[in-house]
Design a binder for this molecule. Structure first.
Ligand code: S3P
Length: 181
């Protein structure tokens, strides 16, 4: 296990299918961090699958649950926070995440995303829109918010999870050293 220098949380943001969960699990295991997924918090608090929450109560209700989940994370330390793909579209969520986390944007090409999510029906935003054009369009609509929220971005296309996490940890440790000098 590698020693971590930083105490901050790492909040992973980015479009559905960029690899947030995979990266999050790896960081948790390699660096003995705690891990939370905002979607999992919502499923637990609502006792319902995300798909069912969208269907029964609609997206605004889901977004309120998401904001409440993020608020609960203010006191976490050394935790990887894997955020639902739409979480940083709300400014208050970004402000709350920034209070305790470095925010890392994971990015991938629309084709890569489609390959990763095409067989899943658990993402209501993409149900009925499983094609590159729709993904590219939605990604573009979200791009400014993603980039504005992020401390920095890591592309995941064609990279192994080890490489992605190495990039994240090196960057974070570099930031800590900069702050100390
Ligand atoms: C969403 C992404 C999903 C989940 C919900 C909405 C989005 O999370 O929060 O289906 O709006 O991008 P993942 O990014 O983990 O798939």
């Amino acid at each position: 296990m590698t020693e971590l220098l930083f105490q901050d949380n790492i909040a992973l943001i980015g479009f559905m299918g960029v690899g947030k969960s995979t990266v999050s699990h790896y960081l948790r295991d390699q660096y003995s961090m705690d891990e939370v997924e905002t979607d999992a918090m919502i499923v637990e608090s609502e006792n319902m699958a995300i798909r069912d929450i969208f269907e029964k109560y609609g997206e605004p209700y889901f977004r309120d649950c998401e904001a409440r989940a993020i608020l609960k994370l203010l006191d976490c330390r050394r935790t990887v926070i894997s955020c639902g793909g739409g979480a940083v579209m709300r400014r208050e969520n970004v402000e709350n995440l920034k209070k305790s986390s470095r925010i890392v944007l994971l990015a991938a090409e629309p084709e890569t995303i489609l390959n990763r999510v095409r067989h899943s029906d658990s993402r209501p935003i993409l149900n009925g829109h499983m094609n590159v054009e729709y993904i590219a369009e939605l990604m573009e609509k979200r791009r400014t918010a993603y980039e504005a929220a992020a401390d920095w971005m890591v592309s995941t296309d064609g990279k192994r999870v080890e490489e992605i996490c190495e990039e994240i940890v090196q960057k974070l440790n570099g930031m800590v050293r900069e702050k100390e000098t």
